[in-house]
Design a protein around this ligand. Structure first.
Ligand code: HEC
Length: 174
């Protein structure tokens, strides 16, 4: 009995030695792993959109997200999601911000007025060029946060899936 307690206490004490950071990194890479292919859109085990990058070829959504990001977000959030003095590095933020949180921040915007600052994240909930491509943006930034997508324009990408064409058409409203 007392030996068992001693052993579990010992095990608990040893846990941090395994390195929480490497365990976390493994965890996030694991979580982002594509386990399902829904017609060219990849999903992780929780059913959230994710990237698939093999031998430098990125999935369509990562590529599309790269383009959308650099048309609507990079002015504040910096090239390749690296951040600026005005807005945080999303290549970092997406390590902890999950899919639903991402969607709601982008749709509703946010304002930081702490320390006499006035940094504003605009609401994009009525901007079709953004909300029709929320998954693309999320997938691209997730790939950046995971270290799977290097900086710069992805040199090779999968073809645009029919599902993406259909969704775009119905969302943009022709
Ligand atoms: C006009 C500048 C501006 C633009 C354009 C902009 N953002 Fe932001 N964004 C900000 C600021 C400033 C913050 C930090 C707000 C705060 O601290 O509450 C922010 C915060 C965020 C956050 C939360 C980050 C965190 O670490 O908490 C996300 C996610 C985000 N933006 C996504 C986007 C996306 C995606 C786009 C493009 C569609 C975009 N932003 C375009 C200024 C901008």
């Amino acid at each position: 009995m007392s030996i068992r307690i001693a052993i579990s206490v010992l095990a608990l004490a040893l846990l941090p030695l395994a390195g929480p950071t490497s365990a976390q990194a493994e965890d996030s890479a694991d979580k982002a792993k594509a386990v399902k292919d829904e017609g060219g859109k990849y999903l992780d085990a929780d059913g959230n959109p994710t990237f698939k990058i093999e031998n430098g070829t990125v999935d369509w959504y990562t590529f599309s997200g790269y383009r959308r990001y650099h048309s609507d977000c990079h002015v504040c959030h910096g090239q390749d999601g690296m951040g600026s003095t005005y807005a945080p590095a999303l290549a970092n933020s997406l390590k902890t911000i999950d899919y639903p949180t991402f969607l709601s921040i982008v749709a509703q915007g946010r304002k930081n007025t702490a320390n006499g600052k006035e940094n504003v994240m605009p609401a994009f909930g009525d901007n079709k060029n953004v909300y029709c491509y929320l998954d693309d943006l999320y997938v691209y930034l997730r790939a950046r946060a995971d270290g799977a997508a290097p900086r710069g324009r992805p040199p090779k990408h999968e073809d645009k899936p029919q599902a993406a064409k259909d969704a775009e058409k119905s969302c943009m409203g022709g």
